[in-house]
Design a protein around this ligand. Structure first.
Ligand code: ADP
Ligand code: AMP
Ligand code: ZN
Length: 219
């Protein structure tokens, strides 16, 4: 299965992506996670991406597209029958067009574009309360999705941290960037018949139930 998760920052894409990837055994590819790993390791790509990310801007298309194109050649994607779950990509029309091109060259188009709908006023709270595990990337929230022990990952005991770009000022910028550059993708996919809107305001378990219904073809 080839799936794209769409939605504004904080909509719950990463949260749902982990569940989908575990349940359906599809590689979860988060461009944000890949950039953060590159930043941490101070690779040339990470150094190029850092300033854009910390300002809440998009990394330039050329860098992102080459990175995703390489990632989609890797063994785990091939093993899943050219299957993947993209989280945070595409974010511009140019990226969506490139993805179509890459898919054409691999004889496999997208099966689902899942759009998580969450009103903008909720996003600030979700993002400013988000905490991440530096070891396994698990995502928590200080009130909606608390770890068992305050500030500690349930899975590996690591100390949780707040992303640098999750500060309130940067978040506002990211939401604006989403409206300007990413929201048009809803129109881009509208006529394709593969776009599904999901109410992302529900409890995360109910969001996942809705997604499963779609992926299992029950709807
Ligand atoms: P995205 O990947 O779209 O930026 P995340 O999955 O990281 O979003 O979720 C953003 C924050 O909101 C996290 O702290 C997460 O725990 C929390 N969250 C995710 N889904 C829900 C939900 N359905 N209801 C309440 N909080 C949620
Ligand atoms: P995310 O983890 O998806 O919230 O992404 C964090 C940041 O990484 C974004 O604010 C961008 O700066 C950068 N980024 C991630 N994915 C993309 C993309 N597809 N295109 C451009 N920039 C991206
Ligand atoms: Zn962890």
């Amino acid at each position: 299965m080839r799936i794209v998760l769409l939605g504004p920052p904080g909509a719950g894409k990463g949260t749902q992506a982990s569940r989908i990837s575990d349940t359906y055994q599809i590689p979860h590819i988060s461009t944000g996670d890949i950039f953060r790993a590159n930043m941490k390791n101070e690779t040339p790509l990470g150094l190029k991406a850092k300033e854009y990310m910390n300002n809440g801007q998009l990394v330039p298309d050329s860098l992102v597209i080459d990175m995703v194109s390489d990632r989609l050649q890797q063994e785990d994607v091939k093993k899943a029958d050219y299957g993947y779950l993209l989280d945070g990509f595409p974010r511009t029309v140019a990226q969506a067009e490139s993805l179509d091109e890459i898919n054409k060259n691999n004889d496999g188009g997208l099966n689902f574009v899942i759009n998580l709908e969450v009103p903008f006023d909720i996003l600030i709270d979700r993002i400013s309360g988000r905490r991440i595990c530096p070891v396994c990337q698990a995502t928590y929230h200080i009130s909606n999705n608390k770890p068992k022990l305050d500030g500690i990952c349930d899975l590996d005991g690591a100390k949780l941290f707040q992303r640098e770009d999750d500060q309130e000022e940067t978040v506002k910028n990211r939401i604006k960037v989403y409206q300007d550059q990413t929201e048009p993708l809803i129109d881009y996919y509208k006529d394709s018949g593969i776009l599904v809107n999901i109410n992302g305001l529900q409890h995360m378990d109910d969001v996942f139930t809705d997604i499963k219904k779609i992926l299992d073809g029950a709807n």
